[in-house]
Write a protein that binds this ligand. Structure first.
Ligand code: XIL
Length: 380
């Protein structure tokens, strides 16, 4: 039986009670002004980590500044049993100079996770962005050694504290010219850099699960390129446990069928699926917006009518995606890229613009999207 949406029921009941009271002249002592209607109970939802416990962990991405503020802190504590550092585990944050590390903020996050029953998804070891230039200087042998040393040192530091690593991030090409993104890693080391990073991670912590993480896996052509990379690694016996699907999506794209296809393909290779960076932008931008920052949709957050329609479409998209997620036993973790709409990378990407892509609003209250994924009978 579908769950009844309790907030609506409560509102109906309290409205009914008020009506009866006022019809009877009740609600206050004779002669006194009628007491004000009680504020409706806060529209709450169940803890997502409990609600989806039979299916997957619920994660949220933040740095300490992102989860310590008064809006986000109660939300992540109530709903998440997994956390991903939004930035403080990246090479740009950890790697000061060769062999010198800045662990403080990342250690703080790992301690917060341990104290609050959250696993840590380590994000990320090898990427073409947010990586200091000195990684890429010198001979290919030196660059390889630097990569392997970095992966070894970081994974060793967090051994036992990080459950899984996005070892390689965004290594798949966006066009058909190659399976591999034409990054500095590829240019210097060739495709084997992926293998070097994965092997270094496995040897540093044999218990940590190792992932390749990428965006656009819901595009069948890009998925095919990623699966070519995966098949090549598996043929060589390279350690790889799963694929992370970022899922930075919009209210109209992708179709549930394409997400289903991506999860099915990865599971077909015997690998685990994680959804790693889910957010649903209010905007359906053309490709030019991402390529050249042109043609991006205009900010709608100041227009109440357009905003309400977009939040409704967003709720339906979140529901459609979670309905696919729940069908995949191989999907073990679903992380949103942020906690609440008070802080989202999409307010600056691809252009500066109001955006509200998460399940909780800028005050930390559950949005229609949060109700849509927890109450089947709720109509956004
Ligand atoms: C983003 C962070 O959210 C921003 O704060 C930072 O300025 C840039 O990186 N794909 C990823 C994430 O794998 O690491 C990115 O995070 C978002 C896109």
């Amino acid at each position: 039986m579908p769950a009844v949406f309790p907030d609506r029921r409560r509102l109906l009941l309290s409205g009914l009670a008020l009506h009866v009271l006022s019809a009877c002249g009740g609600g206050g002592s004779a002669g006194a002004a009628p007491s004000p209607a009680p504020a409706p109970a806060p529209a709450e939802i169940p803890a997502l980590k409990a609600h989806f416990a039979a299916h997957f962990k619920i994660g949220m991405a933040a740095d300490p500044g992102g989860y310590k503020n008064a809006v986000a802190n109660p939300v992540i504590l109530k709903h998440a049993n997994s956390i991903t550092a939004e930035n403080c585990f990246k090479p740009a944050s950890l790697a000061v100079s060769p062999g010198v590390y800045n662990w403080a903020t990342a250690d703080e996050l790992a301690a917060f996770a341990a104290a609050n029953g959250m696993v840590v998804r380590g994000h990320t070891l090898c990427w073409h962005q947010q990586t200091p230039d000195w990684f890429f200087t010198g001979t290919a042998a030196e660059v390889r050694a630097r990569l392997e040393t970095y992966v070894h040192d970081v994974v060793t530091h967090f051994k036992g504290k990080v459950a899984c690593w996005d070892v390689v991030n965004e290594c798949t090409s966006d066009d058909a010219s190659s399976a591999y993104r034409n990054s500095r890693w590829l240019q210097i080391l060739g495709p084997d850099y992926i293998e070097h990073a994965l092997r270094a991670a496995r040897s540093a912590d044999p218990d940590a699960k190792l992932f390749i993480n990428d965006y656009g896996t819901e595009d069948p052509a890009k998925l095919a390129r990623l699966m070519t990379i995966v098949a090549g690694l598996q043929a060589k016996g390279v350690p790889l446990d799963g694929v992370g699907h970022q899922l930075h999506v919009s209210t109209t794209s992708p179709t549930p069928a394409n997400v289903d296809n991506a999860l099915r393909s990865v599971a077909g290779k015997g690998l685990v699926n994680h959804v790693t960076e889910l957010d649903v932008s209010l905007y359906n931008d053309p490709g030019s917006c991402f390529a050249s920052r042109t043609g991006c949709a205009a900010d709608i957050t100041g227009d109440a009518t357009l905003l309400a329609a977009a939040l409704k479409a967003q709720a339906l998209q979140y529901r459609a995606l979670f309905n696919v997620f729940k069908q995949h036993a191989s999907l073990q973790s679903v992380t949103t890229w942020g906690i609440a709409d008070n802080s989202t990378w999409l307010s600056g990407f691809p252009i500066a613009r109001g955006n509200r892509p998460l399940l909780f609003d800028a005050t930390g209250a559950p949005k229609p999207a949060a109700r849509a994924i927890t109450y089947d009978s709720y109509l956004p």
